[in-house]
Design a protein around this ligand. Sequence first.
Ligand SMILES: [Zn+2]
Length: 400
Amino acid sequence: LEPDIIFENAKLPDGRKVNIAVAGGRFTAFEETPISGTPSSAREDLLGRLVLPGFIDGHIHLDTSFIGDEWMPHKPCTAGFDVRERVAFQKENMAAAKPMAERANALIEFCLAKGTTSMRSHVNVDATVGLEHFETIVAAREKYRGFIDIELVAFPQNGVVSCPGTEELLDYAIANGCELIGGLDPATIDRNIEKQLDIVFRIAEKHGVDVDIHLHDAGTLGVYQIEQIAHRAIALGMQGHVAVSHAYALGEVPVEMVRRTADLLAKAGVSIMTNAPGAHAFPPVNELAKAGVIVFSGNDNIRDSWWPYGDGDMLGRAMIVGYRSGLYTDETLLLAFDMISGNAAKAMRLDDYGLRVGAKADFVVLNAAHIPEAVASVPHERAVYKEGRHIADSGVILKN
Ligand SMILES: [Zn+2]
């Protein structure tokens, strides 16, 4: 296949200096010697800068952010963190916000300008909001096709068992464009662990889709639910198809319990997503990774009704996870980067990801000696390429 474009003087994460050929939006060669092309092949000199695979945001909410809207002051919970109360605040805020499509488009551009080339977005689907969020975000995904790959999780933010009518809506959303089924704190939201998990896994089995469950539930109650999810993954042969997002509990229980749970998660092929949230406890990612658990990351909430933070930068997110986890060695800084790249691709089963022949030519070019330095220093000057096309530079989308 004749290259459409040849990128010269690239530095790979392993230190090799190479020339890279791209055809039809995919990598076709990485060569230490010059690559010949047709006279019409475009050439671009990367000036010896580091080439990284496109960043993956493994957990975002495209439907509820205020990016693209006015600043919305944060309203604290009356007595400590309360999911139900935050959901109620969100409802008030959403009613006053700009149209969801406008905000979702702005958030997508915000993220891809910084190097995110794939993402997994949760989208609220329940009997209180119906299919409005789902339809809006499916349309936003369509609008940005070819610029960013977006997979959608049907997310029952008001519960499943405790929100009658939600099960049918989830089923519909999965049949009509969501790739995954979500869940939320079966114990504290539905007060019925078995029943929520029965419904979630039944829909997953029926449609052959993966599962990604939000789990904020604390301590041993949270760990118990993580175990139940892992047991179901094993029983249904869904190893590698299930993720638990947040899993705060793993950051709160004694290390022996973490290790025991980590072994089960590894056996069940259940991955764990964390964004290293604010001042909250979160899973010990290095401990989990050592046990063979796939840990990955995402921005989660970006400037929404949950908190005012978030800049959309997954490299910055890797730094935050590493900083809060005490990841100082080169080896563990590589883990932090894996959480926004290779590990996230594994959790999301993105088969055509990475810097290799045959994969989509999604990459980010920046000034750093190697990955550990990129994670620690988070260079803001960077060029973003999607399927070989230069689409953003230093946080700005290139209009062409
Ligand atoms: Zn979330």
